[in-house]
Design a protein around this ligand. Structure first.
Ligand code: NAD
Ligand code: MN
Length: 518
């Protein structure tokens, strides 16, 4: 994810070699990597393993044990026990300062092993180093922010309300108890942090379910959590497929709350499952990001910026700009510049110096993106860059060329999140038309307006139906401001990275007390 800077730097690879500690961790003396439940490493009862690969080389990085219903059940039991503790000394009773100290100890261990976690991001997920480094910094940033929120949060008894002379009432705010985080593959370290820290600091014990394509950073974090000294059962990691491990988590009534990040389709299906037995949920889901370009800008400069946001993590970012609406007076020049930008991207292996566009994460994505490129042309998108598979010397991997289309109002050629360096550019007559078209989608995650007229930009940004709207930047993230989605892109819940996020990890009840009847 990019930082608060308007300039996107997280973009290009330097050469990155896997550190010995990473290789040792992945190979584990020839044994598969296990889940981490109740302070123990667990192979599980399913006798099923899966492999995680490097999508840029198709090399198998590690074999991982899959956790099933019995392991989810054990993790819930262990987490529940750790939450309540013996003799009432459970995680829920820990003073917030003590929780913060332990969390910051964990952060320090992450920093000690920075190169291992970078290797997880770069090799397991296929990410360039600049982006992985920026992602890594979010560990500390998230932890520090939520420590500060936790210290001033109003937990426990709220102010008493005198209802009548013999009746008073007050609120009581407490953690959920056992909560689960279900995480996608595109930003493991960032999204783990966004879940782990507010959840733990609010006093919950956690089940972390990484994506099957990128389990390594979560499994390495389990080791660091153990070393940091989290009491057994506070921090559990359950690797496995969504339809197995994820589904078992969603179906377990002992999980009181789930924080899900991923696609709207899966988020909707988990919500339906949870609803059957009362597990609450917050969801951060996909988008089909729009950018509106006004006629007062330098088309070349703005095309370069928008190109960078379209290609951030090769377009595999939830907020990625996939739809551009540009004033027709500058459209030709804008399209030419955008084409030049994409044509000049260096396609290559993500750990080789200079790479800007690496492989997509798996074979399913590879097929989906290529299909979407053809589908866009079939639906009337006029090809500017046709995409198609890309070749990288000496590497087998899921490489795809960027795709760009010119379209016009009324042609619905880009309705779904494609998740690649892929965009449609639509020349428009007016800004009103641009806003109307940008909003004509069920998604609502991130959008931006590009203009020299800041006032006007702000005014237009407010008219966009998205959780995050930006002027002359896109996908900026700052702690203290909510990052969430409208429409099918998010909710319920207050988004991530703000005070409300912390309270999402708590529940509140009303307590009434009357005088003893005489
Ligand atoms: P996905 O929905 O396929 O999977 C997300 C997670 O859900 C994975 O851990 C997966 O194993 C699990 N899962 C799958 N089926 C499940 C089931 N039936 N029950 C329980 N869990 C199940 O998403 P993905 O392809 O991994 O990630 C890409 C998506 O995530 C994109 O739509 C992207 O925009 C979105 N995303 C959103 C944000 C945000 O902050 N809004 C951030 C990153 C990614
Ligand atoms: Mn992988």
């Amino acid at each position: 994810m990019s930082t608060v800077d308007a300039e996107v730097r997280a973009f290009t690879a330097r050469k990155f070699e896997a550190p010995a500690k990473f290789i040792e961790f992945c190979q584990l003396g020839g044994a598969p990597l296990r889940g981490y439940i109740g302070g123990k490493y667990v192979a599980g009862t399913m006798n099923t393993t899966f492999q995680t690969i490097d999508p840029g080389s198709l090399e198998v990085l590690a074999t991982v044990c899959e956790m099933g219903a019995a392991e989810v059940d054990a993790a819930v039991t262990e987490a529940y026990r750790a939450y309540h503790g013996s003799q009432g000394k459970g995680w829920k009773t820990w003073p917030v300062e003590d929780r913060c100290r332990l969390v910051m100890r964990f952060v320090e261990l992450c920093e000690r092993d920075r190169d291992v976690l970078l290797a997880c991001e770069i090799f397991d997920g296929g990410k360039v180093s600049e982006l992985a480094e920026g992602d890594f910094d979010q560990i500390r940033a998230t932890a520090e922010y939520f420590c500060q929120v936790a210290k001033s949060a109003e937990m426990g008894d709220g102010e008493a309300l005198g209802i009548s002379s013999s009746l008073k009432g007050f609120t009581y705010r407490e953690p959920w108890g056992v909560v689960a985080g279900i995480i996608p593959w595109n930003y493991p370290v960032v999204l783990n942090s966004w879940f782990i820290f507010p959840a733990l600091l609010a006093g919950n014990c956690i089940l972390l379910k990484p994506a099957e394509d990128t389990p390594l950073s979560s499994l390495y974090m389990a080791k660091l959590a153990e070393e940091a000294g989290f009491p057994a059962g506070v921090f559990n990691v359950l690797p496995g497929r969504g339809e197995i491990t994820g589904q078992c988590i969603a179906e377990h009534p002992g999980v009181r709350f789930i924080a899900f990040t991923g696609s709207p389709e899966i988020g909707q299906s988990i919500m339906r499952t949870c609803d059957r037995h009362g597990t609450r949920m917050k969801r951060e889901m996909g988008g089909n990001g729009a950018a509106i370009v006004l006629d007062d800008v330098d088309p070349e400069a703005v095309a370069r910026q928008i190109g960078r946001y379209t290609n951030q993590h090769f377009g595999q970012t939830c907020c990625t700009i996939h739809r551009v609406f540009v004033d027709k007076k500058i459209a030709d020049e804008f399209i030419d510049s955008q084409r030049a930008f994409f044509e000049n991207l260096q396609i290559g292996y993500q750990a080789d110096a200079g790479t800007q566009l690496g492989a997509v994460v798996n074979s399913t994505q590879h097929r989906r993106v290529l299909q979407a490129q053809q589908e866009t042309a079939r639906r009337g998108g006029q090809i500017v860059l046709s995409g198609g598979p890309a070749e990288v010397a000496d590497k087998e991997g899921y490489y795809i060329k960027p795709a760009l289309y010119k379209t016009q109002p009324g042609i619905d050629c880009n309705p779904h999140e494609v998740f690649h360096a892929f965009a449609t550019i639509c020349p428009v007559q007016s800004v009103a038309e641009a806003v109307e078209l940008a909003n004509r989608t069920p998604y609502g995650l991130g959008a931006s307006v590009w203009t020299k007229d800041i006032e006007r930009g702000i005014n237009l940004a407010k008219q966009l139906r998205d959780g995050t709207v930006q002027v002359n930047c896109h996908n900026s993230i700052a702690y203290g401001l909510p990052y969430g989605g409208q429409g099918i892109s998010g909710g319920p819940g207050g988004g991530v990275n703000c005070e409300e996020t912390f309270y999402d990890y708590t529940q509140v009840k009303a307590v009434y007390v009357a005088d003893y009847p005489s």
